[in-house]
Design a binder for this molecule. Sequence first.
Ligand SMILES: *Cc1c(COP(=O)(O)O)cnc(C)c1O
Length: 446
Amino acid sequence: MLQPDRETRAEWTKTVTAFVEEFIEGLEAAPASSPGTALLPPPPAETPGGLADLLDRFSGAASQAVETAGPRYLAYFPAGGLYSSVLAEFVAQATNRYTGVASTAPALVAMEHSVIRWLCDEFGLPAGSGGIFTTGASLATLSAVHTARQDRLGAHDPNGTIYVTPHTHHCVAKAAHITGFPPERIRVVPTDAHLRMDVPAAQAMIAEDRAGGLRPFLIIGTAGATSTGIVDPLDEIATLAHRESLWFHVDGAYGGAFQLTERGREILTGIDRADSIAWDPHKSLFLPYGTGVLLVRSEALLRAAHAADGDYLQDLDHGTGVPDYSDLGPELTREFRGLRIWLPLHLHGVAAFRAAIDEKHDLADHLRAELAKIETLEVLPSDLTVVVFRSADSEQLLKRINDSGKFFLSSTRLDGKFTLRICVLSHRTHREHVDELIELIRRLSA
Ligand SMILES: *Cc1c(COP(=O)(O)O)cnc(C)c1O
């Protein structure tokens, strides 16, 4: 009963495809957000349900949401969810290959590894580098902090100290907490007028901490801060890290993709000197949620920090020549995560991605320039595709924009003050949407 016959399969697939088609076609006109309630549906019945009915229920629930897939979602980090990636996921899950250990599907692991190798080249990492696809940058960061600790401190040392800025993402503090470093071991380095890490200040703090008996071991540079898109002086941080023997982790969860464009590569200068880089293809490569990546300068160090074995795995061959991903991260069983990035890259071609990232960059520059012309607004420093600004009553302005149902934006705090934030990143967002937003803001700011 759990295995439907061919006819039923065809019917189910048709029902699902029709639903998805209608959903995608409706995105242009869909409201930017719809109110929702979190009422628990009844538990599963003992008897079978009908797929069309169940999909209707899903659709009803999914529609009470912020329209994160639509072209007018410009809050947080829009991830449109490439259709090619959705299809890849369908195929990968249908074949259900095991890729925790390479020998059960070596050619598939090689496909996934080819993307990691390509990314290492794009980021300028040397031979011996490597990495792993994760479910997101938070887990990539956890593995990076754990690897840094193992490599630089050896055994756990509660005196290990980590350097961040006020604009570092909270996933670093979370990873530090999980790996056993209390909040007071996270040292917050001040930033310069451009909100970038003040590297001489970091150097002074490191010296002071060493003198106080602490063990500085990890410094975080952000490539594309969540609130502002601003990039820390990565090259300078790399020099400091090298001099002080600190592990240099770059949080490029958002900004990493800009390494694929000429303009972006210039902004990210120094990223090739990182010991580890976290990046989210589910942000700046337009993939559906659930795809992050960790790249490391030394795959051997990542393996040394994560490898484990069990008697029940003794039949497996570990000499395939491609990584056993279970040795490079906390997971053992994992789906064939590589196809959801491999297929889009090959199907669309890399140039299409470089062009799309450049397009978003242009759109954000256009937004910054046009908003600066509105007298009642103050446009603050930002970079890449994030735009931040204030008005006399920023909270009210945000509410009015979002209440329009046309666009959905989010906010942040800069210098302790409420600030509106726009991020242009969906593959579905184009010039006409951005111009429509500028018009709306102009009207509401008059
Ligand atoms: C989004 C983000 C993260 C967290 O990534 P998840 O994929 O949500 O786990 C970490 N750092 C930065 C800079 C981010 O923008």
